[in-house]
Design a protein around this ligand. Sequence first.
Ligand SMILES: [Zn+2]
Length: 123
Amino acid sequence: MHPLFAHPFSMKWNVTVLEVAPDGFLSPACQKCQAELDIHQPQADDPNELLGTCSQCGCWHLIQVAPGGTEAWVFNLPGVDFVRETLTQARKEAARKKPGAPKGSTARSPKNRVKLGSEGHSG
Ligand SMILES: [Zn+2]
């Protein structure tokens, strides 16, 4: 079981602008691999908030149709790999800050678990 933790981080959203033709927009491309996205409408009564998933690389994108319906914005959704990278980085930093780490200890021992968020002030 993983404990619940709070850890602040910043994320970058990439936005692509799509022009919307009267008959709708063409399937937008994945921001990561350029494959055509599969479009889903999570809310039955709101066709202006869509989800674009990539069957090639698994990325998810939020698609928001602008008021007036002449354009739409595609936002990448920071996914599992983003969280994984961020946590790896945070754990490395926490391990570096920790005083008195046992010398010569092999990495990845379960005893060396890092508590995130316990000393959460930095720069
Ligand atoms: Zn993709």
